[in-house]
Design a protein around this ligand. Sequence first.
Ligand code: TPP
Ligand code: MG
Length: 579
Amino acid sequence: MTKMKVEEQEKARTKARMSGSLMLIEALKEEKVEVIFGYPGGAVLPLYDELYKAGVFHVLTRHEQGAIHAAEGYARISGKPGVVIATSGPGATNIVTGLTDAMMDSLPLVVFTGQVATSVIGSDAFQEADVVGITMPITKHNYQVRDISELPRIIKEAFHIATTGRPGPVLIDIPKDITTAEGEFDYDQEVHLPGYQPTTQPNHWQIRRLVEAVSQSKRPVILAGAGVLHANASNELRQYAEQQNIPVIHTLLGLGGFPADHPLFLGMAGMHGTYTANMALCECDLLINIGARFDDRVTGNLKYFAPKATVAHIDIDPAEIGKNVPTKIPIVSDAKAALQELIAQQGKPADTAAWLKQLDEWKRRFPLHYEPEAGTIKPQKLIEMIYEMTNGEAIVTTDVGQHQMWAAQYYKFNRPHRWVTSGGLGTMGFGLPAAIGAQLADRSATVVSIVGDGGFQMTLQELSVIQELGLPIKIVIVNNQALGMVRQWQELFYDKRYSHSLIPNQPDFVKLAEAYGMLGLRAKTEAEAAEVLKQAFAMDGPVLLDFHVRADENVYPMVAPGKGLHEMVGVKACEESSR
Ligand SMILES: Cc1ncc(C[n+]2csc(CCOP(=O)(O)OP(=O)(O)O)c2C)c(N)n1
Ligand SMILES: [Mg+2]
């Protein structure tokens, strides 16, 4: 067949008449969607019927929240949009947390919700919810399809909006009658959105100003966030930092963007950041923020944040620049494009020798620290053991709490796109379903889901999916029989009144694993931990590991709420410690 003929046939196919449901399937094919995470119900029955006929790979999670977190994990690892389908009413409201999570952490999702028929919208029909209203502030954009003729354009726009500029979740609410109505499927159209034209290339004059500021700086530092990962700019970040001899700090979400074992790396900043990273932010004279949004968990009390610094901020979202921290050099750009330009300019590097010497001294004197203890499992040690067992190569997903912070501190990410955590929203229950999406995005990766005994119980039904798909995820429960992070705050700030944070009677997680048809292993000492980790990682299939760790361990260093970064507690000078 000639090339012309193939093109004609292709055109004919994209102009064919079909139902709304089939259009959706065809659009997903055009967008090269590999997997859909979802849950059926009345309003999406026609759609599910087409899914059945088309043989699309659809993962039936056991709760819609599981579906959307799995889609987030998939998006985080693959860089492609995660696709979700939920039914109207309760199906849609069950994804509200995930949408908010994806919005806060800038993850590209395209989410389809069923809706009652257009003729009964507004009548409190069975399973009707105002999903467009509910999700307006927690989506990058949302739509309700009112006419079948709009459907192809809307789907095409949704994928475009979710994945360009600052990524985010886009929702399409589709009334049931639209899924059965027939129309022309024209997907061969340009996206035309005059009001949405993200700036991706930096302003040359602002770049020159930054180059000049760097050349005059004595104590510059780069704060790199997830924007570097979204832009696939890790290589450029490294090149630039090395070219200019500028040290690098990561936000929680940025981890892996710069190699943790690089001499210029100072660690994570913020509430549980390293001493060196936080002090560098206090003392720097030039702060170059690349793709981070100056979250309050990173800055601490803004009154004391980077008091001596000229601030430069590279961000694809202009709304972030100057939002929290006054910014002298604003650069609206994709991180990769801005870094490429900075590298190309090759300005005179800053003379950072004395600064780097000071930072090395801090690194040596005030490393992350914990007291080893025989006969128990130190959670920090547990993370180190997992790091060693996986050669630092695993994809790590977490829940939210102490275990999340220990994972961020002690699993040294040298590569991008290995770290999947809920940063902005801090969503308990995120880790397990996110691991499903992460594993489906990278089938050959070792995926470790590090979860708390509290958060695990918020989405543990997804064990069923892991078992059913035979995903070889290693689930690590850091079982401190407590809502540990809440317990820590109550110990430190509420005079040890442990109001509803201690859970001494957790279920038997090993038996639970068995109920879900997977191997469960338990360890209560470091020696047992080493043994079960060896066994688990030697196995092909999923394993659930229940580690009973010390219940009263705290995450340090810590910047108490309302304090400045210089007011960290729990820092020990190396000479005083046994490590
Ligand atoms: C959905 C949700 N509810 C409540 C919280 C508040 N919260 C933050 S950390 C935490 C404790 C988590 O306990 P666990 O999962 O056992 O983790 P740990 O801190 O013990 O490691 C709680 C309740 C939250 N982040 N998310
Ligand atoms: Mg816990």
